[in-house]
Design a protein around this ligand. Structure first.
Ligand SMILES: NC(=O)c1ccc[n+]([C@@H]2O[C@H](COP(=O)([O-])OP(=O)(O)OC[C@H]3O[C@@H](n4cnc5c(N)ncnc54)[C@H](OP(=O)(O)O)[C@@H]3O)[C@@H](O)[C@H]2O)c1
Length: 329
């Protein structure tokens, strides 16, 4: 009989990476419409830090962080017909991925295609689906358009650069240190600006012959939003989809008029995959891009699940490149 306890990470109160604790976490049995998964790889996302710090309200206390993982179905609950024991599956949401085994609603799972590893799937479900909806639905990017992306060497950033290249867009990326420039270029960015050294809006004006960009995908927020608006062409689209540097506080609708009849939106992935059919079709598009070799997970950091606090500290310190995966074994 297997006496080993399931382990995972909890936070008992909001705070810095040090609140993440490695502890016993019983997975339990799957109920109606649920499956039990033995997890093989867990994706780390910046949103995990928003929950850990308390920036986003906790659905439960203590909190088990984590919104993206991949593994093998171990047990199925009543009424589950789409999945069977032994299936390789991945998901994004619900919260609670930082654990070795867990119960997940079956309608949030997708099967991992042959040839795609657990680590790749665990790096793509949240970050890759985000890129998918950003470039196809939020602002459908066309060949030849100029697109500015902040944090271009990050987990989302590298996937976005690759996808934009595949679409034939001209991607301009910003990064916070010179050692990230080469990776951003290899992953689709025609031009890369170090926004800690240079005025990126002025550089974008130079690079686009004064025209500006059709769209800015801005996940940095507080430090970048003003420059992002300045980087747009008349009637361009400002997509703010994150706040790695802090919340945008003093944005006014009048800023859009002053910038040249701009558009702005603040989308969230979960509103684009809430319906099961939409989740499946977006995941199918993502994995088709992966199969075609157009989109490839760039895993820059592999960290033991027990050391999740190290992964969070590195993300906050801007030391990571591409995706980070936690390994639960
Ligand atoms: N809306 C949605 O549905 C959705 C879905 C997924 C992700 N997101 C957002 O997308 C963003 C990227 O997520 P990710 O997991 O791939 O993270 P990431 O981009 O790998 O990490 C965040 C990056 O932001 C940059 N940054 C700029 N100022 C920073 C600061 N003050 N502190 C920390 N980092 C700073 C850093 O890159 P440099 O050093 O190069 O500047 C850092 O590497 C996050 O804001 C996340 O919330 C949103």
């Amino acid at each position: 009989m297997n006496q080993q306890k399931d382990m995972g990470i909890v936070a008992r109160a909001p705070g810095g990476p040090e609140v993440l604790e490695w502890t016993a976490l019983e997975a339990g049995a799957p109920g109606k419409g649920e499956v039990l998964i033995a997890q093989r790889a867990i994706g780390v996302n910046f949103i995990d830090t928003y929950f850990r710090s308390g920036l986003y309200p906790w659905p439960t206390t203590p909190l088990v962080p984590g919104s993206e993982a991949a593994g093998v179905v171990e047990q199925i609950g009543v009424g589950v017909s789409e999945f069977a024991v032994g299936d390789r599956v991945a998901y994004t949401m619900p919260l609670g991925a930082y654990r070795q085994r867990r119960v997940v609603p079956a309608d949030r799972l997708v099967k991992i295609p042959d040839g795609v590893s657990f680590e790749t799937a665990a790096s793509l479900m949240l970050k890759g689906l985000t890129v998918q909806f950003l470039v196809t639905s939020c602002f459908p990017v066309r060949a030849g358009q100029h697109v500015l992306v902040h944090a271009a060497a990050g987990g989302v950033g590298l996937l976005l650069g690759q996808w934009l290249r595949a679409l034939g867009a001209v991607a301009i990326g910003t990064v916070g240190s010179d050692d990230k420039v080469a990776t951003a270029r290899e992953n689709g960015y025609a031009q890369v600006i170090n926004y800690r050294r240079e005025d990126f809006a002025a550089r974008v004006a130079e690079l686009t012959g004064g025209a500006g960009c059709d769209v800015v995908y801005d996940s940095v927020g507080h430090d970048t939003w003003r420059g992002s608006l300045k980087s747009l062409k008349r009637r361009g689209m400002f997509v703010n989809f994150g706040q790695s540097s802090g919340m945008i506080a003093d944005f006014k609708l009048a800023d859009l008029a002053a910038g040249g009849s701009l558009f702005a939106c603040r989308p969230v992935l979960f509103d684009y995959i809430a319906a099961r059919e939409e989740l499946k079709s977006r995941a199918a598009d993502l994995f088709a891009r992966v199969a075609a070799g157009e989109v490839r997970a760039h895993i820059g950091q592999r960290v033991a699940l027990a050391d999740a606090r190290e992964a969070h500290a590195a993300l906050a310190a801007r030391r990571t490149v591409g995706a980070t995966v936690l390994l639960p074994a």
